[in-house]
Unconditional design. Structure first.
Length: 501
């Protein structure tokens, strides 16, 4: 979908790189500063990803996930964000893993901002660094979500780079990006509908059927699926990850996924991202007015594409709040491209920059102010239980964890053991419905003889009981076949010695 706005010179490319570097360094400083202030985490997903990177650094290029044997991952599960995990390996060299985790988290968030600035400048967005900062801050949800070490950051990077490749008609580059994206995160499937939009736009512009963007994405992603050490097992995991979680959890398994997968409701959608809505609405109104007054003027194809991606993500938000991370950057990119298309290049440039800077201060404050309002879990959460597990447990032994949410933090402290449930609760529900039903029954305290089931059905030597499951803790405390090892406000650790006999 070649644009009418080519990259004009090597000077522009160097300018884009310099601006991106400045945005990256400034954002890196801010994110690291805030993460150190938190002295804790919003969640512990990043601890899991960092732990995988540590094991890859120890064992070699590929690493089979061994920690959740009863789930869809099995004994040797595919690493569905493998290539992204490789990029975390340099941070595992820190003597203090917690420090390495902070740097990795800050770097990933800052890289997102830097790439947005780079692509915006290469697409000719005026005031690209300011628009890039708006793209990571013009929503209550954006900055703090970028300060979580998750695959979503790399997804934003690959998506916006792919849109640039479509805009420039660089289909070999697009195929390579699709390949790397799929190797980095299964969210690469989002390139399918985006490429379809690009095909439709170019077909309408050229009055012929154009399929090149869609074919490039398909070739890149199919190659990534085939050229994998986990082929074909990881294809089942892809289907599970993309469809089972999306379709089934909403009605039946909503308690088994993180809150980011919950629908926010239209009121919250309006409230959380009102600066973004205002920018996109103003851009669309301005664009419509210009086209009405001068019918010969038409927005560039990439402008329509960015706006189309923004509306796709906005629609997806009604099913899951996490899609705000696509909506805000692409809505801001769309607004920036409208400014490029319709602002006269030589008229009152100084006041346009001043107005944009003033708006950036107002809109960005919405997101950055929210960073100080998030609930942070202390960095030593479950440390006593994890340290005791690490001291008592032998490699490969099973830990029954009554709350799937605690798997990642337990793994951070005791990564030689294996766990019953984790990452999301539906990982166990999908692969082993029988054990899933027992897991639910045990956690709720409705199993008459929990020790017998723990040993025979799960082979568990250890049981970590979360505070909401106090009844199970009381049952185990009353049993002469279970030994209480740790009791704290964060939960209980029981040991079942010699198979519970």
């Amino acid at each position: 979908m070649p644009s009418g706005y080519p990259e004009r010179s090597a000077q522009l490319r160097w300018q884009a790189l310099a601006e991106a570097a400045l945005v990256f360094l400034g954002t890196l400083w801010y994110f690291r500063w805030k993460l150190l202030q938190w002295n804790g985490s919003i969640d512990f997903d990043g601890h899991y990803h960092f732990k995988v990177a540590q094991w890859i650094a120890k064992t070699g290029f590929w690493f089979d996930i061994p920690w959740l044997p009863f789930t869809v991952l099995g004994e040797q599960g595919p690493d569905y964000v493998w290539l992204w995990h490789l990029t975390l390996i340099p941070f595992t060299g820190f003597a203090d893993p917690a420090e390495g985790l902070v740097w990795a988290t800050a770097f990933n968030g800052a890289a997102t901002a830097g790439v947005l600035a780079l692509v915006m400048r290469m697409l000719g967005v005026p005031g690209a660094p300011m628009f890039a900062l708006l793209a990571i801050s013009a929503s209550v949800l954006m900055p703090y979500r970028l300060m979580m070490l998750r695959g979503q950051n790399i997804a934003i990077i690959f998506t916006v780079l792919s849109v640039w490749a479509m805009a420039r008609g660089r289909y070999k580059t697009l195929a390579l990006l699709a390949f790397l994206f799929m190797q980095s995160y299964h969210a690469a499937v989002i390139l399918g509908p985006i490429a379809a939009m690009a095909c439709a736009l170019q077909s309408a512009r050229e009055r012929r059927l154009v399929l090149a963007p869609l074919l490039a994405v398909a070739v890149g992603e199919l190659l990534a699926l085939v050229l994998s050490p986990w082929f074909p097992r990881h294809i089942e995991y892809l289907i599970f990850h993309v469809l089972y979680k999306q379709v089934v959890h909403g009605e039946y398994l909503s308690s088994l996924v993180g809150s980011e997968w919950y629908p926010p409701g239209w009121r919250n959608i309006l409230l959380y991202s009102w600066p973004t809505h205002l920018m996109l609405g103003a851009a669309l109104a301005f664009m419509a007015l210009r086209v009405f007054r001068q019918p010969g003027i038409r927005p560039a194809p990439e402008t329509w594409l960015a706006i189309g991606v923004a509306f796709l993500a906005l629609g997806l938000q009604f099913s899951s709040v996490r899609y705000v991370e696509y909506y805000v950057p692409f809505a801001v990119l769309g607004a920036g491209l409208v400014a490029r298309d319709h602002w006269p290049a030589a008229t009152a440039a100084w006041w346009r920059r001043a107005a944009l800077a003033a708006w950036m201060l107002v809109a960005a404050r919405v997101g950055f102010a929210a960073v100080d309002q998030v609930t942070v879990v202390p960095s030593d959460y479950l440390a006593k239980i994890g340290e005791r597990l690490n001291a008592l447990g032998r490699p490969g032994e099973i830990v029954f964890n009554s709350a799937w949410t605690e798997f990642t933090v337990l793994l951070w402290h005791a990564d030689r053991l294996r766990y019953v449930a984790g990452l999301d609760g539906h990982y166990l529900a999908y692969r082993d419905p029988g054990r899933f039903a027992l897991w639910i029954g045990l956690a709720s305290g409705t199993v008459a003889d929990p020790v017998d089931v723990l040993v025979k059905a799960f082979g568990a030597r250890f049981v970590v009981v979360s505070p909401p499951h106090r009844k199970l803790a009381q049952q185990l405390a009353a049993s002469d076949r279970a030994i209480l090892q740790v009791e704290s406000k964060e939960g209980w650790l029981f040991e079942i010695p010699s198979g519970g006999k």
